[in-house]
Design a protein around this ligand. Structure first.
Ligand code: GLC
Length: 443
């Protein structure tokens, strides 16, 4: 990365300050204002950045996440700290309703994209051999339990594709492929009524996020209400996947989640190899199947990858940044990878002045302000950069690295950015933006 050394150092020191300010005991919150707990994929990204500046803190970040692991292996998307009082969010989740939740710590009841193996592996890269082995050994069982859970619980038909039960599990809360389904089939009648009668504005008085960020940059009130209502239904079923699936719930084999899973399996194999462990045969079978099954998400007609409905196997044919994630998975051939790179370069799709937008600009859903419906997110760029490098598109990776760093240099360490004018959006001083900029500047 060719960058003025002073600018680089300034950015790293600003990012380090943000990560320090967002530290709560042994973990880091995404934002003290808006997300004052520990989030799963956030902390994976955060520890990848922290490993360059404070390796002990990077390890502690992961160990705190692991405290929240469920007895069935699930990694919840939110872990509450010891020091958090009975807060609204804990009351909302009530993880104790599940027999699998941990005894000594409160969590949410759903998961998030599985970046844990990559975070653990990358922290290991910064340790000397002896310490690396100890680190991998101390986390290996957790990883095996976690990946086993993904397949046993979330791939009930042994298809090699994990299903998700809530848009929050995708990490991209209002991503259009999910929201379209929600609007068509899942919005409860009472929410439809409230929306029609234009009473949904009343919900804004209850929301926390819109106290800090303008509603045009967040989910609409009716969508937010629908997501909370889905969560309540899951709680009523004690977060049991079978029970939830048995009640006409909507389940999606999410493209981004499964690409991350394939990549995570690869990191898990590398970790196992380093410590001479043998991954259980059944898990290896599922891992291999995932690589093959990615092809089931490819649509020949539109030449694109999509998420899929779990029950009907219908592809959710709405383009989004997920369509590019097979690049990160590493599981597609060079020809397909080249095709995706062309899509990134296409001005009618993902090539905007401040790339990469979470929706292609030619989509009817594209909105440069609205959360996961258009804005550029640093974590998605970071994963795509990794994919570009792995497929040998080094120049493309360098350009995207530069535009990503420039975007943050101009707009600050925001949660997301307008892909057209580069303006910062969402909350400021966002932890994964800080951590991943540190990582990009060190790569
Ligand atoms: C929002 C994001 C999600 C993130 C969380 C905490 O819900 O959509 O990806 O993990 O905030 O930052």
């Amino acid at each position: 990365m060719e960058k003025n050394k002073n600018t680089e150092n300034d950015l790293i020191s600003e990012a380090t300050d943000i990560l320090k300010n967002n530290q709560v005991g042994s973990y880091t919150v995404p934002s003290k204002l808006l997300y004052p707990h520990q989030w799963l994929w956030d902390s994976c990204f955060i520890s990848v950045g922290l490993r360059h500046i404070d390796i002990d803190r990077a390890r502690a970040e992961i160990m705190h996440l692991l405290r929240g692991q469920w007895k069935n292996g699930m990694m919840p998307n939110i872990v509450f700290g010891d020091n958090t009082k009975k807060l609204q969010l804990q009351r909302m989740w009530q993880s104790q309703v599940s027999p699998f939740s941990p005894d000594d710590i409160l969590t949410s009841g759903i998961t998030q994209p599985p970046l844990l193996a990559e975070a653990i592996f990358k922290i290991g890269e910064k340790l000397d051999k002896k310490e690396r082995i100890i680190w991998y050994q101390s986390t290996y069982k957790n990883l095996i339990d976690y990946h086993n859970w993904i397949y046993e619980d979330r791939d009930p038909h042994d298809e090699g594709l994990a299903l998700l039960l809530h848009p929050w599990e995708s990490g991209m809360d209002n991503t259009p492929p999910w929201m379209n389904e929600l609007h068509l089939n899942l919005t409860p009648k009472w929410i439809q009524f409230i929306k029609k009668s234009k009473l949904d504005y009343l919900y804004s008085f209850l929301r926390l996020d819109t106290k800090f960020v303008h509603i045009s940059e967040r989910l609409s009130n009716s969508d937010a209400m629908s997501l909370y209502s889905m969560q309540r239904k899951m709680r009523k079923k004690h977060y049991g996947t079978k029970k939830i699936l048995g009640h006409n719930s909507f389940a999606v084999e999410d493209l981004t989640f499964n690409c991350i899973l394939i990549k995570a399996n690869d990191y898990l194999s590398k970790i196992a190899k380093t410590i001479n462990e043998k991954i259980p045969a059944k898990l290896v079978e599922s891992m291999d199947l995932s690589i093959k099954s990615l092809d089931k998400l490819w649509d020949e007609k539109t030449s694109e990858y999509y998420s899929r409905q779990f029950e009907t196997h219908d592809l959710l044919k709405i383009s989004s940044i997920s369509s590019l994630m097979p690049l990160y998975s590493g599981a597609i051939n060079k020809e397909r990878a080249e095709h995706l790179v062309k899509t990134i370069e296409d001005h009618s799709k993902f090539s905007t002045p401040f790339p990469i937008p979470t929706m292609p600009v030619n989509s009817e859903w594209f909105n440069p302000l609205s959360y996961w419906q258009g804005p550029t997110w640093i974590n998605m760029n970071w994963m795509i950069i990794e994919g570009l490098k792995n497929y040998g598109f080094q120049e493309h990776a360098d350009v995207l690295t530069k535009t990503t760093i420039d975007l943050v240099e101009q707009g600050g360490f925001s949660e997301y950015f307008n892909p057209i004018d580069g303006n910062p959006l969402g909350i400021h001083d966002f932890s994964w933006t800080a951590a991943l900029i540190i990582d990009l500047l060190n790569s």
